[in-house]
Design a protein around this ligand. Structure first.
Ligand code: ADP
Ligand code: ADP
Ligand code: ZN
Length: 228
């Protein structure tokens, strides 16, 4: 798609929320609806691991244990992706930034490019619900559409609604054991970014315990307002 619906300015959005909050689910929907590219550092890191690049080799064990990959590696991967032409019209940052250092780096990268974040959406959830969200998660191997064993099943069991594919995959780190480590990393290093964006007047909170389509409605309202 060429440009987003708001052609006069890049629509750069940050999605904040713990693992399982629904960042990826909502980013994909907003990408389709508004023409803003989803940029998931988790997806980029998983690709690097699969390809066996130096960054992937360094990230692999940290990801498996539910820790955070080093700022240096993540910022380098993010910088490369952000330079691609499809990112010019706006990006939904999904899972980045996750530390204060990453947030500062993102502010600087965007400022250098003459752009900036228009809103940071915090998906507000209860930690206790995230184990079920994460252990029930699967993804279509063909098109990447996300599903959940209880909360988002395909219309026909075993067949992707979007592409008709029948192969689904689960992430190696989506186990009950890693969830507590990942939530701890979120609270220690990422949750403080809520204040970073509140201080810039960019923070918007959305109740992400609601059903997926209600969360989407809340997010769409934020995007429309931020870009009006
Ligand atoms: P994140 O990217 O924040 O880790 P995902 O978008 O992958 O989270 O969502 C985690 C799992 O929870 C997925 O299986 C997804 O289908 C499901 N899910 C997402 N949003 C909701 C919601 N509002 N209610 C119930 N389940 C949801
Ligand atoms: P989730 O939203 O379910 O936690 P992601 O796909 O965003 O999953 O991230 C998976 C893993 O990749 C994280 O647990 C972490 O190890 C690594 N990762 C992703 N993004 C970052 C980041 N911005 N900084 C550090 N590590 C990251
Ligand atoms: Zn599919």
């Amino acid at each position: 798609m060429d440009g987003n619906r708001f052609d006069d300015r890049p629509a750069d959005l940050v999605l904040l929320g713990p693992p399982g909050a629904g960042k990826g689910t909502q980013a994909r929907i907003l990408q389709e609806r508004f023409g803003i590219v989803q940029l998931s550092t988790g997806d980029l890191l998983r690709e690097a691991v699969a390809q066996g690049t130096p960054a992937g080799l360094a990230a692999k064990d940290v990801m498996a244990a539910g820790g955070l990959v080093s700022d240096e590696i993540v910022i380098a991967i993010l910088r490369d992706r952000l330079a691609a032409p499809d990112c010019a019209a706006g990006v939904i940052f999904d899972g980045f930034p996750r530390t204060a250092v990453q947030a500062e780096a993102l502010d600087a990268l965007l400022a250098d490019a003459g752009r900036g974040i228009v809103a940071a959406v915090s998906l507000e959830v209860d930690d206790a619900a995230m184990v079920a969200r994460i252990t029930g998660r699967s993804t279509c191997a063909g098109c990447g559409e996300g599903y959940h064993d209880d909360f988002k099943r395909p219309a026909v069991a075993g067949v992707c609604d979007r592409c008709g594919g029948t192969a689904f995959k689960r992430r190696a780190d989506d186990t009950a054991e890693t969830v507590s480590a990942r939530l701890a990393a979120y609270h220690a290093q990422t949750a403080p970014l809520i204040d970073h964006y509140a201080g810039q007047g960019l923070l918007r909170r959305v109740d992400a315990m609601a059903p997926i389509d209600e969360v989407t409605a809340g997010m769409a309202a934020v995007v429309e307002t931020a870009l009006a």
